[in-house]
Design a protein around this ligand. Structure first.
Ligand SMILES: O=C(O)CCC(=O)C(=O)O
Ligand SMILES: [Fe+2]
Length: 448
């Protein structure tokens, strides 16, 4: 093949692959167990599984990992675990079925055991969120991953296996599955994951993983629509934990609605309440403004769609606190504007324009976040007032709590003057709160 033809065909194949979902349908890795729990003593180089004995719920059994090839036949805990598991079923036409010609394995339900391994602690869930989630078909409101432990499974020699299947989704929020292999000696039992005409094999057997089985936890995650199978185990015990992976409100999407956070735990909540109780604080009511302290893409359509969920740090705290107190708060663009701007001082003497009167106190605030506005306003003989009106917003006297920090270009318009040219304005994203007058604050149960 001529060099260029070869290059073209490789380019085409790589390009096709990157453009398909196949580029990320499965991922995996390994975590050395010597590092957890955070190593305080030399004895912390194992992990423990504890489970309820089925015959006596007061009695708890324990098994420590890793389990070496030598220990496999003598480990009493392992034999007990095998004894206490039940045959593993699989979903077939809406029923749970046990059929050893399709799946030969045993399982334990999550309600019966606990283990001191947490995939979140080792960055596995962060990795899944970064790699699999973006193509999993969620929305901007589902930027996080919740991994829910499902079952413990054992595939043992001579012939544990699970034929090709697709996992039954537990809810419409499920986008994938995570399998974690505990460090126990085995051979065979490869997990093969397929998507379109591609496949990935995860071989966690001792020889294939160069002995790592004895010292590492190995894992794989894949999308729900991927067919997968577990090949026959020829030696030892392949012990796995399975997790269902769900979309969740992730970091960046908890503003005002974090199910886990009590907003009153934020000191800011009490400070704001105390301020509102002072009659002379904004006695007439008005607008309180907080310029966002972090940078956001607040003038692109995708960036705007992500608000308010994308707020972070103190911006999220501010948003959540005012929302919880029951005041109206929204993210709005503030046009960067000063008296010294362009030729405004000289050419724009329109008396009605508040900018020429008291713009030192007032800010021009867009009604809502807007993607970049390109306008033909501002040509010859048009006042700045018309330029601003074409953007859409109002002049507000704002009591600012923070200074502007980050800006995006928000508005492109014609420049003033008699030659055609363009000019632009930056916008800052700010949280604008409507503060009622003192009398209304007292009457408002949610504020008092
Ligand atoms: O243990 C495994 O590797 C995967 C098992 C599996 O496919 C399942 O439990 O649905
Ligand atoms: Fe499965």
């Amino acid at each position: 093949m001529a060099a260029n033809t070869l290059q073209d065909s490789i380019t085409e194949e790589l390009s096709k692959f990157i453009n398909s979902k196949s580029a990320t349908f499965a991922c995996g890795g390994s975590v050395p167990i010597v590092s957890f729990p955070v190593q305080i003593s030399a004895s912390s180089t194992s992990l423990s599984l504890r489970w309820d004995s089925p015959n006596d719920t007061r009695s708890v059994s324990k098994l420590s990992f890793p389990i070496s090839p030598a220990a496999i036949e003598q480990d009493v805990g392992l034999l007990e675990l095998v004894r206490d598991c039940q045959p593993a079923s699989f979903g077939f036409k809406g029923n749970d079925v046990v059929d050893y010609s399709y799946r030969k394995a045993i399982k334990m339900d999550r309600s019966a055991f606990s283990i001191d391994f947490c995939p979140y602690e080792h960055g596995i869930i962060d990795t899944v969120a970064q790699l699999l989630l973006p193509n999993a078909g969620g929305t901007v409101a589902t930027q996080g991953v919740k991994a829910e432990l499902y079952k413990l499974n054992i595939y043992s020699a001579p012939s544990g296996f699970f034929k090709p299947h697709v996992d039954t989704p537990r809810s419409d929020k499920q986008f994938g599955s995570l399998v974690i292999a505990l460090p126990c000696h085995h051979e065979g039992g490869q997990l093969i994951v397929r998507h379109a005409d591609q496949s990935v094999t995860f071989d966690w057997g001792s020889s294939a993983s160069h002995g790592r089985t004895s010292s590492t936890v190995q894992w794989a995650a894949f999308y729900s629509d991927c067919e997968h199978e577990v090949k026959e185990v020829s030696e030892g015990y392949r012990i796995t934990l399975t997790y269902n992976l769900y979309y969740s409100q992730g970091v960046g999407d908890l503003s005002g609605s974090s199910p886990a956070m009590d907003v009153t735990s934020l000191l800011l909540y009490h400070k704001v309440k105390a301020a509102l109780e002072v009659p002379n604080f904004m006695a007439e009511g008005g607008s309180l403004g907080i310029f966002c302290q972090h940078a956001y893409a607040h003038s692109t359509p995708e960036g705007i769609e992500a608000f308010p969920g994308v707020l972070k740090g103190v911006d999220m705290a501010v948003y959540s606190v005012f929302l919880a107190i029951g005041l109206h708060i929204s993210v709005r663009p503030v046009l960067e504007f000063s008296l010294r701007d362009e030729y405004d001082d000289y050419y724009d003497m329109d008396d009605e324009d508040p900018a020429t009167d008291d713009c030192a106190e007032k800010n021009f605030i867009g009604r809502q976040l807007k993607s970049l506005v390109v306008s033909d306003a501002g040509g010859y003989e048009e006042s700045r007032k018309e330029v601003l009106e074409s953007y859409g917003g109002e002049w507000l006297n704002v009591n600012w709590l923070t200074n502007a920090k980050h800006k995006n270009i928000g508005y492109v318009h014609m420049a003033y003057g008699n030659e055609a040219s363009t000019s632009f304005k930056y916008t800052h994203a700010a949280l604008i709160v409507s503060i009622p007058p003192t009398a209304d604050r007292r009457n408002d149960a949610s504020v008092g």
